[in-house]
Design a protein around this ligand. Structure first.
Ligand SMILES: Cc1ncc(COP(=O)(O)O)c(C=O)c1O
Length: 439
C-alpha cells in the first residue's frame, strides 16, 4: 500500500516529476545558470546580467520618501490595497508616460509587480496552447519563458539596426495564417531593445502598427528603457498613436530601482477590466507600500533629474564598452545603442558563443550567449554584452579578456580545422538567419 502523499512515479532527483502540469516543462533553469553562479565571484567581470546601477540613486531620496509615507499614512501603506493600484499613483504614472507622448486615462492603468508580472498576466489572459506570439528575433528571454509556459510558440521576425523589419513581419504573418496558426499578439521592445540595443524608427513604428491593425493583431509594447536615452530621445511610444490595439508596459525598475517591484500596464479599456481581475487573482493587490513610497518620491524628489543622472552613468559605460571593443576586437561588428543597457556583438562564423562561455568564465569574464534570446536555437554567433552594472574600468578589462578568449578560440580552430578567421558571421545589419518554419 502507498502512503498518502507518496508519489506513484518519479525520479531520484524529483519524486513529483510526473505530477507537474504540461506547462511547467517550459520552466527550466537556463543551461548557463550554473556558470553564472561562478561568474558572480568578485574576480569575474560580468557583462552578463541586466542589473541597474542602483548605487547611482542617492539613498536619502528613498529614505525621505519612506519616512514621509510611514509618518503620514503608515497604516494604509501596510494594508492590502486596490487590485488596480493606488489612484493617485496611477495619475502620476500618466506624467511619466507623457514624456513618451502618451495621453491616457488613469482608469486604464493597472499597477503590477514589475512589468514582468504584467507580461505574465497578459499571457494568462490571451494565450492558449498552440497559439503564436510574434516577437523580434532576438527577444527578451524571460518574456519568452512566460509565452512558452502558456504553451505558445514564439515566431521571430528578423530585425536590423532600425528594429523589426516590417516587410519580414508581413511575410511571417502571411505564412502563419496560411498554415492556419492563431497569432495572439505581437510582442515588441521598440526602444533600446533587450538584447539587441537598437531602436525601432518612427516610420517603422507606424508601419508595424498599420500591419497589426490590418491583421487584427494586438501589440504588446514593452518599454522599460525608453527614458534612458543617451544623446537622442527615442521616438514616441507606439501607444501614443494607437489606443485600442496596444497594451503598453512600463516599469520603475530601470528609472528608479527594481527592488520596489513596481511596473504597470496601460490597456485598452475592455482589456483593463480583465487585467485587474487577473491581478487580483494572482496577488490580491500590488504592494501598497512600494506604490506609496514611489508616489511620494515622484511628488517630492527631482525624479526627472535622477533619470538624467542614470543616463549619464549608462552613457559613460556604453562609451567605455564601445571604445574597448574598437580597440581590442576591431574586426568584429556590434550595435551602437543610443540608450538602455545592452550591446549585441556578432562573432566570426566559426565560433559558438555558448560553447565558448566556460572558457570565458575561466578567463574571468562572463557574457550571455545569443542563443538565450531565441526560441529556436539561433544566436550562436552572437553575444549580449551588458554595460549597465560594471564600472568603465571593469568594462575595459572585461572586453580585453573577451578578446583574448575569442583569439584563443580561433587559434585553436585554426590549428585543428584551419577555419579560424576573425571576420564576423554576417554584416551585422540583420540579426540572425531567417528563422526556420515553426509549423
Ligand atoms: C524587456 C524587459 N521587459 C521586462 C523586464 C522586467 O522588468 P521588471 O519586472 O523589473 O519591471 C525587463 C527586465 O530586465 C526587460 O528587460
Amino acid at each position: 500500500m502507498t502512503a498518502i502523499g507518496t508519489p506513484q512515479a518519479g525520479n531520484n532527483l524529483d519524486p513529483w516529476y510526473h505530477h507537474y502540469a504540461e506547462r511547467a516543462a517550459a520552466l527550466r533553469a537556463s543551461e548557463v545558470r550554473a556558470l553564472f553562479a561562478v561568474a558572480s565571484r568578485p574576480e569575474v567581470v560580468s557583462l552578463a546580467g541586466g542589473m541597474p546601477y542602483v548605487a547611482a540613486l542617492p539613498q536619502d531620496l528613498v529614505m525621505n520618501a519612506l519616512e514621509n509615507v510611514m509618518r503620514k499614512q503608515g497604516p494604509v501603506a501596510l494594508q492590502y490595497g486596490s487590485g488596480q493600484g493606488v489612484p493617485l499613483f496611477r495619475e502620476q504614472i500618466l506624467e511619466v508616460m507623457a514624456l513618451e507622448g502618451i495621453r491616457a486615462n488613469a482608469d486604464d492603468v493597472v499597477v503590477t509587480t514589475g512589468s514582468q508580472h504584467a507580461l505574465e498576466l497578459v499571457s494568462k489572459l490571451f494565450l492558449d496552447p498552440g497559439d503564436v506570439v510574434i516577437s523580434e528575433g532576438p527577444s527578451y528571454v524571460t518574456a519568452m519563458v512566460i509565452f512558452k509556459s502558456y504553451q505558445a510558440d514564439v515566431d521571430h521576425v528578423p530585425m536590423d539596426d532600425q528594429g523589426m523589419i516590417p516587410e519580414a513581419l508581413r511575410e511571417h504573418i502571411a505564412r502563419l495564417k496560411a498554415a492556419g496558426r492563431t497569432i495572439k499578439f505581437l510582442y515588441t521592445i521598440p526602444s533600446f531593445h533587450n538584447p539587441a540595443g537598437v531602436t525601432l524608427s518612427w516610420a517603422r513604428r507606424l508601419e508595424i502598427l498599420e500591419i497589426a491593425r490590418e491583421n487584427q493583431i494586438l501589440v504588446l509594447e514593452d518599454n522599460p528603457y525608453g527614458l534612458l536615452y543617451f544623446d537622442q530621445k527615442a521616438p514616441d511610444a507606439m501607444r501614443s498613436v494607437e489606443r485600442d490595439g496596444v497594451i503598453y508596459l512600463g516599469t520603475f525598475s530601470k528609472t528608479l530601482a527594481p527592488g520596489f517591484r513596481v511596473g504597470w500596464a496601460l490597456a485598452p479599456h475592455a482589456i483593463r477590466e480583465k487585467l485587474v481581475l487577473a491581478n487580483e487573482a494572482a496577488v490580491l493587490s500590488p504592494s501598497s507600500f512600494s506604490q506609496l513610497v514611489i508616489s511620494e518620491y515622484l511628488a517630492t524628489a527631482d525624479w526627472k533629474g535622477q533619470i538624467n543622472t542614470f543616463r549619464g552613468v549608462y552613457r559613460e559605460r556604453k562609451n567605455a564598452m564601445l571604445s574597448a571593443l574598437a580597440e581590442y576586437l576591431p574586426e568584429l561588428t556590434w550595435t551602437n545603442p543610443n540608450g538602455g543597457f545592452y550591446v549585441w556583438l556578432n562573432l566570426p562564423e566559426t565560433l559558438d558563443s555558448k560553447a565558448m562561455l566556460p572558457r570565458a568564465v575561466k578567463e574571468l569574464v562572463a557574457y550571455t550567449p545569443g542563443t538565450a534570446f531565441f526560441a529556436d536555437g539561433q544566436g550562436r554567433q552572437n553575444i549580449r554584452l551588458s554595460f549597465c552594472y560594471p564600472t568603465p574600468e571593469h568594462i575595459r578589462l572585461g572586453i580585453r579578456r573577451l578578446a583574448t578568449v575569442v583569439r584563443d578560440e580561433l587559434e585553436l580552430l585554426d590549428t585543428f580545422a584551419g577555419t579560424g578567421s576573425l571576420s564576423p558571421a554576417h554584416d551585422g545589419r540583420r540579426f540572425g538567419a531567417p528563422p526556420p518554419d515553426i509549423n
